[in-house]
Write a protein of this length. Structure first.
Ligand SMILES: [Mn+2]
Length: 465
């Protein structure tokens, strides 16, 4: 069926139920899709109970209550219909809102599902929060005030990353939010921290794209800003969002000139950005990517309900707790990054790697890997291996690289999916950032195999992209 039919059917299922249990994932997309669906359902006067899980697997299925509520799965479920069937759930008891690969239930139960992967390219780059939003909008056009949460979920799930902006239905949702004034769509530099970080740090921290002479060098970035009259002194703290249009334009064109002079493409210098003008200035809730980080921080440190409260509009006690989570998150990631740099990585030839064992939680090693890479050899992908807290037999693999390396043919997802399968593990992710789980003990062979696969990708070179 088409998207409209599936969304209409989902809306009917919600309207005809007396109580909902919402089962969702703990990352930014999971928390926002839950918050959208929960508010849309609650506004109909139907009681909702949230259940957040790190992953839907046999062990976490027991958190899903065995009662007569409708089980709505957001940002998960498409790939776990076998577990629903095993738990004895009937098609009438379930609604799946997802964007992950669909794996039908083995005994043929057809669970109602709206999955962004079903409807062609216009929908393909839409996260679960986008799907939940379309359902909310179908239930009541007044739910358009939830558009910002869908934008946060989409951006948090990297739907804007490859194309430097949202596309298709996800872009339509941002525009829908712009109509009510809750979302401001802007063009600007493709850096992180535009609402909260002093601009020189924002530029110095940029690693995709690499800004020649600025990335990794806060002092040079502050000097440039003083030269342009954007900073009065090197200790200024202005953020990008506070720049006048003319200042932002001059800054972008100077950086673009430097990139061109260095033979770099400026293709990734500009991005479409999503701001929320009703939020307090200088707060991480002012733009989609920083908002998403705050929710990820809550989820990764096992407090998804704090993130949910922020999505519901709490700006008091729970919000302060979320700020605390965010600070904690940043501190641990910075420590991990320093640990990687001070310990040093091993060079396998076509990738560099480090095993952090149980020193840091597996939920953040990928982020730390990405940050450390900007201070390592950027031409080789980084692999970080670590143990998984509640899975003593597994090793988690996180890999990161840069757009520039992708253009030479590298695809981390392809490499990790293929290698993990050979070792009875499982891999997934994106070409630029991917992960895998493998059995403990085969790490050395695994590194060798991934290195071989990446060597092959470099040798074959880039396909037409
Ligand atoms: Mn998602």
């Amino acid at each position: 069926m088409g998207f409209i039919e599936d969304i209409s059917a989902a809306a009917e299922i919600i309207r005809n139920t007396h109580a909902v249990t919402l089962i969702s994932h703990i990352d930014a997309d999971g928390i926002t899709s839950e918050a959208i669906a929960a508010q849309a359902v609650a506004r109909l006067g139907i009681p909702v109970t949230p259940v957040f899980v790190r992953q839907l697997e046999p062990l976490t299925m027991r958190h899903v209550p065995d009662d007569d509520t409708l089980k709505v799965f957001t940002d998960l479920g498409a790939g776990q219909q076998n577990l629903m069937e095993e738990a004895g759930m009937k098609a009438d008891d379930v609604l799946i809102l997802d964007h992950h690969i669909n794996q039908p239930a083995p005994n043929g139960t057809i669970y109602p599902q709206v999955n962004a992967q079903f409807y062609g390219p216009e929908y393909a780059k839409c996260s679960a929060a986008g799907v939940a939003y379309m359902l909310a909008r179908k239930l009541d056009p007044d739910n358009a005030d939830l558009a910002e949460l869908a934008v946060v979920g989409n951006v948090g799930d990297m739907m804007a990353r490859e194309t430097c902006g949202l596309t298709g239905i996800a872009r339509w949702i941002a525009e829908d939010g712009a109509q009510t004034g809750r979302v401001r769509i802007a063009k600007g530099i493709n850096c992180y921290g535009l609402s909260t970080r002093p601009l020189h740090l924002c530029l110095a921290n940029s690693d995709d794209p690499i800004l020649p002479g600025l990335s990794g060098d806060p002092k040079a970035a502050a000097d440039l800003l003083m030269r342009l009259g954007i900073y009065q002194k090197s200790s200024d703290q202005r953020v990008w969002e506070s720049l006048e249009a003319e200042e932002a334009k001059i800054l972008a064109s100077v950086i673009a000139e430097q990139m061109i002079a260095n033979g770099e493409s400026t293709e990734r210098l500009f991005a479409e950005l999503y701001f929320f003008p009703h939020e307090t200035e200088l707060s991480p809730l002012r733009n989609a990517s920083e908002y998403a980080t705050m929710l990820n921080a809550c989820g990764r440190w096992a407090k998804p309900k704090i993130g949910e409260a922020v999505c519901f509009g709490d700006r008091g006690t729970q919000y302060r707790e979320a700020e605390h989570m965010l600070r904690h998150h940043r501190t641990i990631i910075r420590e991990l990054c320093e640990h990687i740099l001070s310990t040093g990585v091993a060079d396998a030839g076509h990738l560099q790697w480090i095993h952090t064992r149980d020193t840091y939680p597996d939920t953040i090693v990928g982020i730390g890997a990405g940050m450390a890479l900007s201070k390592l050899d950027p031409s080789k992908p980084i692999m970080v291996l670590c143990y998984v807290s509640d899975e003593p037999d597994l090793v988690k693999i996180s890999m990161r690289t840069y757009e520039k390396v992708l253009r030479r043919g590298v695809d981390l997802q392809a490499a990790l999916v293929a290698a993990a399968a050979e070792f009875d593990g499982a891999g997934g992710g994106h070409n630029i950032a991917a992960g895998a789980y493998i059995p403990k003990g085969c790490e050395d062979d695994f590194i060798r195999r991934v290195n071989e696969l990446i060597a092959g990708q470099f040798a074959t070179g880039a396909p037409h992209r």
